[in-house]
Design a protein around this ligand. Structure first.
Ligand SMILES: [Zn+2]
Length: 251
């Protein structure tokens, strides 16, 4: 259907022209461009897939980093507990020693040590309490973040599935597109075809362009009067004297 449409459009466009083979060349060009579009899309798929997978990996490591931060806080909490236990034991030892000392100054010195230890314990308790609040906050934030991040991952995964679908579609199109190019090529006379192939070298599509108000629609430059006359007659394949593209008269 689509290819018929292309053929009709091409025929209508130049039905008033001489028989220089441009109609069949335009059909060939349209089909080649379609094939190229499919090939380009297929080539770009791995890059598109790779970029999505990188995004997913980055999102997953964001979740991991959050979990890691909480784990580190918990480890810090355990270290505080351990230290607190040690200081408490030390204070207990001082208290036991106090029961046995005879001298007043020794007793006073131990009292001082006990006070220091108790002050340290209460400092550690304060630090621990603050840390526990921070851990609570961090867990809450992490839970919220994870929901958001997982939604993003889900979105990217859907994009991946769409790429798979796209790939399947393109692969199913490509054989027909190649066949269509071959078929169109077989309809072009030998001479116009060889001019087309020669001109196509080093050029990007479109290789065949209309000439409007004496301007080439490929390079947008004004062509010489001779080229304009030749294109109007359409007895032969005419090329733009600036960019080398094949031009056809399109009033
Ligand atoms: Zn040109």
């Amino acid at each position: 259907m689509l290819l018929d449409g292309v053929r009709n459009t091409a025929s209508n466009r130049i039905s008033f022209m001489g028989d220089n083979g441009i109609t069949s060349l335009l059909i060939l060009q349209d089909r080649e461009m379609n094939l190229e579009r499919i090939e380009r899309s297929l080539e770009s798929l791995p890059f598109e897939r790779d970029s999505i997978q990188k995004k997913i990996a980055a999102l997953e490591s964001e979740i991991e980093a959050g979990k890691q931060r909480i784990k580190e806080m918990e480890v810090r909490g355990k270290a505080i507990e351990t230290e607190m236990g040690e200081v408490e034991n030390q204070a207990l030892k001082y208290k036991n020693q106090q029961l046995e000392v005879k001298k007043n100054e020794e007793y006073t010195a131990l009292t001082h040590e006990i006070e220091l230890a108790e002050a340290k314990v209460s400092g550690l308790e304060e630090t621990e309490l603050k840390l526990l609040y921070d851990i609570d906050d961090a867990r809450e934030t992490q839970a919220k973040d994870e929901v958001e991040i997982k939604e993003k991952i889900e979105m990217e995964s859907r994009a991946l599935s769409r790429l798979d679908e796209k790939e399947a579609n393109l692969k199913s199109e490509i054989d027909a597109a190649r066949e269509a190019v071959g078929e169109a090529e077989s309809q072009v006379e030998k001479q116009p075809l060889s001019i087309y192939r020669r001109v196509a070298r080093g050029l990007k599509y479109p290789i065949i362009v209309p000439l409007r108000e004496a301007k080439c629609k490929g390079c947008h430059m004004r062509v010489s009067a001779a080229v304009e006359v030749e294109a109007r007659k359409a007895n032969e394949i005419t090329t733009c004297d600036n960019c080398g593209r094949i031009v056809y008269w399109d009033a």
